[in-house]
Design a protein. Structure first.
Length: 337
């Protein structure tokens, strides 16, 4: 415990803490569609071989660590500290508390998994005495890691979807510089001037299928061409190791307002830091025109982390709208695989 933050204390989580813990994990970008956080919290609280510790400061949950064991080896999960409470020693205290719990369970060894690209975390654990083990993690996805299951959003009996659209805006450029491209990858962002209709449809349909992007699918070629060939509509294509990996569409047709009409990466490249790079670079381009504000919107059909990502870059929600739409899978706009 640090002298400056002597109100920080660690305790076992309770069911009443579930929503606060999930919000913490989301603020630290730890959640994915394939590991439902509510289910994970329940497992930590209910299983005999698992435990969940939370750190509180000023009465709020600002840190957590999940623990589990198989009778011989202990595992640590979801070590997280809220971005506003980092560099205060909280993570170190949580790891030590987790080690103590594992020791009380007569577990002789604590382990965890780290991505090879996460240099900061590696340095943190090295300082605590952890070492890389001479073993390899083998795995196989049983479902696509880049997109949710097909039944993530179910239409009602009339083939309708109820969605919530969040409109966001920013009135000044982000305070931080745009993120660098992920290390170890050959990344390039090029403007298509303009894209061909076929190439645009390939990008739009490939990136947007899993998130039910349908509006541009509904346009015929002539209507689509009028949009994407407009000199005030800029389409940027993200390439990774030579393959198209994402797109950003910047719409400058509105005086003093620039809209990020579409932004996304293909399912194969989700989770590799390319989305952050693409968004940061697109914002740099948008602000180079000195608009009064930049806008974007996202809805409940989009990636579950999209709203959080926009807010982390400085967007502020200004309006929410409830809509009821035809399921594009039912109308045939998005055909079955």
């Amino acid at each position: 415990m640090t002298d400056a933050d002597d109100d920080f204390h660690i305790q076992a989580a309770e069911y009443a803490d579930r929503d606060a813990v999930i919000a913490l994990w989301e603020s630290c970008e730890l959640t994915r569609w394939y590991n439902d956080p509510a289910t994970d919290v329940a497992r930590f609280l209910e299983a005999d071989n698992a435990h969940l510790l939370v750190g509180r400061a000023a009465g709020r949950i600002v840190a957590s660590i999940g623990l589990g064991h198989d009778g011989r080896r202990g595992w640590m999960y979801y070590l997280s500290v809220h971005p506003n409470h980092r560099n205060r020693g909280y993570a170190r205290q949580l790891v030590r508390a987790g080690e103590l719990w594992l020791s009380e369970q007569q577990i002789p060894k604590a382990q965890l998994m780290l991505r090879g690209s996460n240099q900061a975390a590696q340095g943190f654990y090295l300082a605590l005495g952890y070492e890389a083990q001479d073993v390899g993690v083998w795995g196989r996805w049983l479902t696509s890691p880049g997109a949710p299951p097909e039944d993530r959003v179910q239409p009602d009996e009339f083939g309708k979807l109820d969605i919530t659209i969040t409109y966001l805006e920013m009135t000044q450029p982000p305070a931080d510089p745009a993120p660098n491209a992920p290390a170890g990858k050959r990344v390039a962002l090029m403007r298509a001037e303009p894209p061909t209709i076929a190439f645009y449809r390939f990008l739009y349909n490939t990136i947007g299928r899993d998130w039910l992007w349908w509006e541009r699918r509904a346009l015929d070629d002539a209507a689509l061409e009028r949009v994407i060939t407009n000199p005030d509509v800029e389409v940027y294509v993200l390439y990774c190791n030579g393959s198209p990996a994402g797109m950003a569409e910047i719409d400058r047709r509105y005086e003093q307002v620039i809209d990020l009409a579409y932004l996304g990466v293909t399912s194969e490249f989700i989770g590799q830091g390319l989305g952050r790079y693409l968004l940061g670079t697109a914002l740099d381009i948008a602000w180079s025109y000195a608009p009064e504000k930049v806008t974007v919107n996202t809805c409940t059909l989009d990636h579950p982390k999209a709203l959080t990502l926009y807010q982390r870059f400085g967007f502020t929600p200004v309006e929410r709208e409830q809509k009821r739409i035809d399921d594009p899978r039912m109308t045939g706009l998005i055909p079955p695989v």
